[in-house]
Ligand binder design. Structure first.
Ligand SMILES: [Fe+2]
Length: 235
């Protein structure tokens, strides 16, 4: 989302307007749950911005879940958005049941999954069987988008990739950060990168290029025997 302070210049993109436009569209056909997957704030985590988001999402027709991105402050985010009880130290990571599925929400606001968090995750995965579904802001592997892969990947992506490849079942990871739409499948690890409501980044070049300004989000549908996912865009 990259929402700035009121009146702050954000590359001539109306980030607040974009976020509200996406919310209005989603509200017209509301899902069972909405996950806001990090980088709520433009540059750094600011309570006033989290408070503004909370106000916009008041009375939203479904439960809303949050994780932090590298432009967030997990403590401020959690305090503003009513998730203070889920903080572990300065980090916001938790497990939650949405519908009849259990999801794991990770905190990569420091550009990595901390050792403490990895320990917590390993303990959960040891007890789990079958498919696990994870929300984290950064992809846990390089995904073939040269600019972001080279300049801004998750610092310990190799460690996280190995952790997920070690799991005996399928691992579905839903993330953002790269400002692209991309699906990557590495053995049992399935990574779905979701576009931004700010702008999308070119996937061909190692230099920064804006790909386009259509704003997007991802719809995921789980049924008894199937999973399907589609990225929706608004011009
Ligand atoms: Fe990010």
């Amino acid at each position: 989302m990259h929402v700035g302070e009121e009146g702050e210049k954000t590359f001539d993109v109306d980030v607040r307007g974009n976020f509200l436009k996406a919310l209005r569209t989603i509200r017209d056909n509301p899902p069972d749950h909405l996950v806001i997957s990090g980088d709520l704030c433009y540059m750094s985590g600011i309570t006033r911005i989290y408070d503004w988001m909370r106000d916009q999402l008041e009375n939203f027709p479904c439960p809303v879940w949050y994780i932090s991105g590298n432009h967030d402050d997990s403590e401020k985010l959690a305090k503003s958005l009513g998730l203070e009880h889920l903080l572990r130290g300065k980090e916001l990571y938790y497990e939650a049941t949405l519908g009849d599925r259990s999801f794991i929400f990770l905190d990569t606001s420091t550009y990595e999954v901390s050792q403490t968090q990895q320990q917590w995750l390993r303990e959960i995965l040891q007890k789990r069987t079958g498919t696990v579904d994870i929300f984290m802001h950064h992809p846990p592997a390089l995904v073939g988008a040269p600019f972001m892969d080279q300049k801004y990947p998750l610092r310990n992506w190799a460690e996280m990739k190995a952790l997920f490849l070690d799991y005996p079942g399928e691992v579905f990871v839903f993330c953002g950060h790269y400002h692209i739409e991309k699906n990557v499948h590495i053995k049992n690890l399935h990574i779905f990168v979701t576009p931004s409501t700010f702008f999308q980044i070119g996937q061909q070049s190692a230099e920064f290029q804006v790909d386009h300004y259509r704003i997007g989000w991802r719809e995921m549908v789980w049924t008894e025997d199937a999973f399907q996912t589609t990225v929706r865009y608004i011009d």
